[in-house]
Design a protein around this ligand. Sequence first.
Ligand SMILES: [Fe+2]
Length: 285
Amino acid sequence: MIDLKDVTYCRLGTKDLESAEWFAVNILGLEVAERRKGALYFKSDQRAHTLCYFEGDPADQATAFELGSKADLETAAATLDRLGYAVHQGTAAECEARMVRDFIRFQDPTGNILEFVVRPTMSGRRYHGTRDAGITGFSHVGLCTTDPERDEAFWTEVCNARVSDHIGDAPLMRINEIHHTIALFPFTGPGIQHINHQVAGTDDIQRSLSLIREKNINITFGPGRHPTSTAQFLYFSGPDGMTFEYSTGVCEIHDEPAWRDRQFPFEPTGFCQWGSKPNIAAFQD
Ligand SMILES: [Fe+2]
């Protein structure tokens, strides 16, 4: 069993780093942590970075999860290898580019690029966005799946994820007490379906709503409240069509192993209890 501790970062290729920086700083509210040749690193919490845009193909997307130790990483690599996954051992230069001590990379059964990392660099400086978005941290990802049942088994049987709830066939899964850190949404191919940052409260969602409207950014869902996690949310479009989400008030699950996952319908009421309807392909039938 591969014991994932937390989601660590996303890496997104882009043909237009300048536009990606403008959006990340002025709309999303992230802080530029570091500039390197062909890559920009953004901070959203106590970590050295939680998002990296690099010059490349927008389809080149990776999501990283933290493991507890190098020994755990070696065991994970052996497990994945035994199961037939092509595991790439990160080189020193690749570790440096990810600000981690060690990592492996492979593709999940859908083809999503995953990186399992150890000892991601923390920052001695706290996050301070140039705009007051109220972000408290990078919190979860939605990943596309071409076969939710198969991929749920990967996360829950090969890895330590537990299903908190389903929306239709889409599992919302936790790897710690937070209701979900990984969610899988049926789609035609691999990709990061959305990237979530938590914000401190409702006021932050509303403030961002006003700003995002004013800047003519495409709001794709919300504001609303998820009946699953109880989080209030706002989804909007970023560079290269990536969906970003702010949410606040995500519930925690402390009554392990008593918690039983609940089934919600794959229709607007399964996603929002305030009546908002998603304009996001992976959230629609
Ligand atoms: Fe989300």
